[in-house]
Design a protein around this ligand. Structure first.
Ligand SMILES: *Cc1c(COP(=O)(O)O)cnc(C)c1O
Length: 345
């Protein structure tokens, strides 16, 4: 972790149009883990989190020693349902981890922060899907409490592996800067000056979570191409939206708005048709995905309560292909095949 990482952090700051601290780490999961620890979330604490997310969100919470409290999602957006979250607040609740599913934030963003303020909670945004998305004119990462991105191999930009934490809170930022380097105090400053720390102190638990210069170099090259990537993703999502919005039996999310840079393109398929449709599409050489198996149904995070919306959604969710190597014709073919598949099922 040398000066190349510092340059990437500065370029992220410039791209996101923010004076927030930017701290790069070696994965999105590490970003979430460090964000929690830096606000002293740990053993005996609870963190509200939607069930519909990658298991990384849950593992980051349990790694801190805290308990993830699975919440339901809103049927229109698949984002955390704040009414359900409110019911699950206890005196142990310390933070809320919001997941910007697909890249959406919608009107929900404002409600999320009002909710957190009302209940005195820290907000950790799992913004792994939302690099480039804007809310209220500002990019995600340039507002809010603590925002975590992932730059793994399939995200909107990649470092190969990587992640970043953004915050305006200088104390939290300093904790994270030290914690990513095994807790070695002020090691970041010396490494950015191409120096080593021979004499140092350690006060907190740290992890070997720093970003390597090699990954930062990849990230810088990717970031310089991001205006092409984001325009492409937005254009493809718009094509899906226009091609599918009149199709009965399909429900779309708000992923084609100009403020969203979509990371995945999930849709909801009418009851009982999803599995057959996936098979039909696979026969046409169209691979679809499933984001995600609800975490409260995993053995480690099993709840003694039901989450009806996400449990219903689970049988209807299907993710369509979305990446920069697709072109207009590909998306039209997917839409056409979907039409045929739905007509014959
Ligand atoms: C990718 C992802 C993560 C984790 O990021 P990694 O860089 O793979 O550790 C966390 N949350 C969500 C929603 C993700 O999609």
């Amino acid at each position: 972790m040398g000066p190349e990482v510092q340059r990437f952090e500065e370029e992220l700051q410039t791209y996101l149009e923010t004076d927030y601290h930017v701290i790069c780490v070696n994965s999105g999961t590490a970003a979430l883990h460090l964000a929690l620890e830096a606000c002293d979330v740990g053993v005996a604490d609870e963190v509200l989190v939607p069930s519909l997310t990658y298991v990384a969100s849950y593992q980051a919470i349990s790694a801190s020693g805290a308990t993830p409290v699975a919440c339901d999602v809103h049927p229109d957006t698949a984002l955390l349902d704040l009414k359900d979250a409110e019911r699950r607040i206890t005196p142990q609740t310390k933070a809320i981890m919001a997941v910007h599913y697909g890249g959406q934030v919608a009107a929900y963003y404002q409600e999320l922060y009002a909710f957190a303020e009302r209940h005195g909670l820290r907000v950790i945004e799992d913004a792994a899907h939302a690099f480039g998305t804007r809310w209220d004119g500002k990019k995600i990462g340039a507002q809010g409490d603590i925002i975590c991105f992932s730059f793994d191999s399939i995200k909107n930009i990649t470092c190969g592996e990587g992640g970043a934490v953004l915050t305006a809170d200088s104390k939290v930022a300093q904790r994270i800067r030290d914690a990513r380097l095994l807790g070695v105090e002020k090691d970041t400053d010396r490494r950015y000056a191409s120096k080593r720390s021979w004499e140092f102190d350690v006060k907190h638990q740290g992890w070997r979570y720093h970003m390597s210069s090699i990954y930062a170099a990849i990230g810088r090259a990717q970031l310089s191409r991001f205006s092409d990537f984001s325009a492409k993703r937005q254009a493809l999502a718009k094509l899906y939206h226009d091609g599918l919005s009149d199709l009965p039996g399909i429900q779309l999310f708000d992923l084609a708005s100009k403020d969203v840079v979509p990371h995945i393109y999930p849709i909801l398929v009418a009851d009982e048709k999803r599995d057959d449709l996936q098979i039909f599409l696979r026969e046409q050489n169209i691979e679809t995905g499933f984001h995600y198996k609800p975490n409260h149904l995993l053995s480690k995070y099993k709840t003694d309560y039901k989450l009806p919306v996400v449990e219903k959604m689970m049988t209807r969710l299907m993710t369509l292909p979305l990446h920069c190597q697709l072109d207009e014709k590909d998306v039209q073919r997917v839409c056409q095949s979907l039409r045929e598949g739905l007509a014959c099922s």
